[in-house]
Design a binder for this molecule. Structure first.
Ligand code: TA6
Length: 313
């Protein structure tokens, strides 16, 4: 339902978990849970859901929520003493009432700032102090903007390195009718072939089987075209060099927790990430990574809309 002016509301979501709901005047909205600073909904002016969240998603600590935009930090992937994709997505963040000013070229009226600092228990996993600030914003036109700021606050002078991802699950009508533009000719590690390094030969990514690829040093603009819905997601990223493209397909879908067997048909992960070169921070240093996604109508069929115009126009 459209609201007269933007609104920002803290309320209870699934299982009584707290969430912040951002609404814009024309009807678009975003929902972000304090648990994991996890965006679980991004709707356009018509109330259509643009992110995929599994019907089997558990909104219940200590597991992560399957879908939306999980925050992967301090590491992407799995290490022995670590939860898969790090612990940021399974911690309760707090609202940052007084965030440091953020240089922002975009204009928006509805936003919330969240912050995560490690607990005593986290030092077992990762012996470093940090402040992770996440801004979630909704523009008047219905775009979503996420800005991550990670600062090393170690008092012992120790630097640290981290890997990171906005593990974004896009909702698509039919994975077989989806193209991704902007990654052609880019090198990638094929996570299904022992991270073998390859170069993307196709002039656009299309999908007919499981894919799990980490594209490295990618362009900052990537387009995900949902042919059936005539919708293109245009992703701009800054300070985030890599991007993971993942769909589990049918066999892996059955093996994944909190994921419906057929749900792979209606989702695609395109995840802006810092993976190839873990990012070093000395005490006092801060990294900023920005992600801006818009969902635009696209009459892309048999080359009518040239997605390159979307990317480079
Ligand atoms: O980003 C792709 C990936 O690493 C896949 O290999 C798969 O593990 C996926 O993430 C899901 O991870 P999750 O921890 O959310 O189940």
């Amino acid at each position: 339902m459209a609201v007269a002016k933007p609104s920002i509301e803290l309320c209870k979501g699934s299982n009584g978990l707290e969430k912040v709901v951002l609404k814009e005047a024309r009807g678009s909205s975003i929902e972000v849970y304090l648990y994991g600073a996890h965006v679980t909904s991004w709707k356009n002016d018509h109330g259509e859901e643009l992110l995929f969240v599994s019907s089997k998603a558990l909104f219940k600590p200590p597991k992560g929520i399957r879908g939306g935009i999980p925050i992967c930090f301090p590491q992407v992937g799995g290490l022995a003493n670590f939860e898969q994709h790090g612990f940021a997505r399974t911690r309760v963040w707090t609202i940052d009432q007084n965030p440091p000013p953020l240089q922002e070229s975009n204009s928006y009226r509805a936003s919330v700032d969240l912050i995560l600092r490690p607990s005593e228990g986290d030092f077992k996993f990762w012996p470093h102090s940090f402040e992770f600030r996440l801004r979630v914003a909704l523009t008047p036109g219905g775009d979503i903007i996420l800005v991550s700021r990670i600062r090393n606050t170690n008092k012992d002078g120790k630097p640290f390195t981290f890997t990171f991802a906005f593990h974004t699950y896009f909702s698509v009508s039919d994975i077989c009718e989806v193209r991704v533009e902007g990654l052609e000719t880019i090198d990638y590690f094929d996570n299904l072939k022992g991270k073998e390094r390859c170069t993307e030969q196709a002039d656009a990514l299309t999908f007919e089987s499981e894919v799990d690829k980490t594209y490295v040093s990618t362009p900052n603009k990537i387009a995900i075209i949902d042919h059936e819905k005539k919708r293109t997601y245009v992703m701009w990223k800054e300070g985030i060099p890599d991007a993971v493209v993942w769909n589990p397909w049918d066999k892996k879908a059955k093996a994944i927790a909190h994921f419906g067997d057929d749900e792979y048909k209606h989702m695609l992960c395109v995840e802006p990430a810092v993976i190839e070169d873990p990012l070093p921070l000395k005490p006092g240093e801060e990294w900023t990574g920005r992600l801006h996604i818009s969902a635009v109508p696209s009459s892309y069929c048999s080359g009518q809309l040239d997605p390159k115009r979307v990317l480079y126009g």
